[in-house]
Design a protein around this ligand. Structure first.
Ligand code: ADP
Ligand code: MG
Length: 343
């Protein structure tokens, strides 16, 4: 019998590593291949940045609560976010679209209305793609291209001992928005006369349905003359992204529970769902905020920024990635995140 191994045993990152190990770069222009938020290609004057992100119906979105216009916007925003994470500026996208005959022309128009709005907001040109019928559901795969000055490129791998760890915005809200939408969907399916009760959760639902890439932060850092030492966007949850920064940089990180930015609506809703708000900030995904490290000498310039939070620092003990709780317990940060309830 032929051997059959389950992909789930390797996990997503294990699978990507396995693929990466099988390939060597043939071209001198390939500066960075698999392993960062975007590939880096030497075009002579600047670096070209390229990244692909795919959204699948039933996996990444549910059209019973995701309006197509928002979906189009989000598909672009999540791609732009990976260019931001390299300290770059997006310029073009191409779109691969798969759709079943369930979708009308009007539906696709709506999707592209959102795509158009995002292109206008991020000043990105739609320059191509591919269209196909799909056996089931909707698939949107976007490739984004961006540019960065060579000396301004920021990788996941540049964090240094004593650097300060910064994160923008707030964390966990997008995940909670999804929980609210899922709950209201269940209520609606059981009793279609019930009106969805999402007004109270408007901010959280907005964070799930209408995420924005933090290009504003990239432009501000540029104006301030700050180049982070390392950076990643928060798509999978703070814990997992912190571990990417520390392992790629060969350092350790220490963060403080009390400094993790959590919105008050997120805090209250987490309690309502009987989940720990910090666990959600660490493990909930799709916030699309930026997580980066700066040299201490840049702290003065950022310290009063209303939307940048200083959550900890880098140290040189590379096997120690820890979170210090409000009661000063030191807990290891794991890829699965850290569970407040298990202490
Ligand atoms: P992000 O969350 O920033 O989008 P991912 O975790 O999706 O990053 O991907 C990590 C790295 O693996 C990136 O460099 C990406 O280009 C690469 N990658 C992901 N899937 C594949 C694949 N199927 N084949 C080759 N490279 C891949
Ligand atoms: Mg990313």
């Amino acid at each position: 019998m032929e051997k059959r191994s389950e992909i789930a045993q390797l996990g997503e990152f294990g699978l990507i590593n396995r693929i990466a190990n099988r390939f060597n770069s043939e071209n001198e222009s390939t500066v960075k291949g698999i392993g960062d938020d975007a590939a880096v290609i030497d075009t002579g004057k600047d670096f070209l940045l390229v990244s692909t992100d795919m959204l699948l119906e039933g996996v990444h979105f549910d059209l019973s609560y995701m309006p197509l216009k928002h979906l189009g916007y989000k598909a672009v925003a999540v791609n732009v976010s990976d260019i931001a994470a390299m300290n770059g500026v997006p310029e073009q996208i191409t779109i691969g679209l798969g759709m079943s005959n369930r979708f009308s022309l009007e539906a696709i128009d709506e999707l592209y209305e959102g795509i158009h709005a995002a292109c206008a907001n991020y000043k990105v040109d739609l320059v191509g793609g591919d269209t196909s019928a799909s056996a089931s559901g909707l698939v949107i795969s976007i490739t984004v291209m961006g540019r960065v000055e060579k000396e301004k490129i920021v990788y996941r791998s540049g964090a240094k001992n004593n650097d300060i760890i910064c994160v923008t915005g707030d964390l966990g809200s997008a995940y909670l928005g999804l929980q609210v939408l899922e709950r209201e969907k269940e209520v609606f399916l059981t009793n279609p006369d019930m009106q969805p009760d999402i007004e109270k959760y408007e901010y959280l639902v907005g964070r799930q349905l209408k995420p924005d890439a933090r290009m504003d932060i990239i432009f501000e850092l540029k104006d301030l003359g700050i180049v982070p030492t390392s950076m990643i966007d928060v798509s999978d949850g703070l814990a997992s992204e912190l571990l990417h920064l520390s392992s790629n940089s060969g350092v350790g990180i220490k963060i403080f529970e009390a400094s993790i930015p959590i919105d008050s609506q997120a805090f209250e809703t987490a309690i309502e769902f009987k989940i720990d708000p910090v666990t959600i900030a660490l493990n909930g995904g799709e916030d699309y905020e930026l997580l980066f490290t700066i040299n201490q000498s840049d702290y003065e310039k950022l310290k009063n920024h209303p939307d940048i939070h200083f959550i900890g620092h880098v140290h040189d003990n590379k096997n120690q990635n820890v979170l210090v709780t409000k009661d000063e317990l030191v807990m290891p940060i794991t890829a699965q995140g850290w569970n407040h309830f298990s202490k």
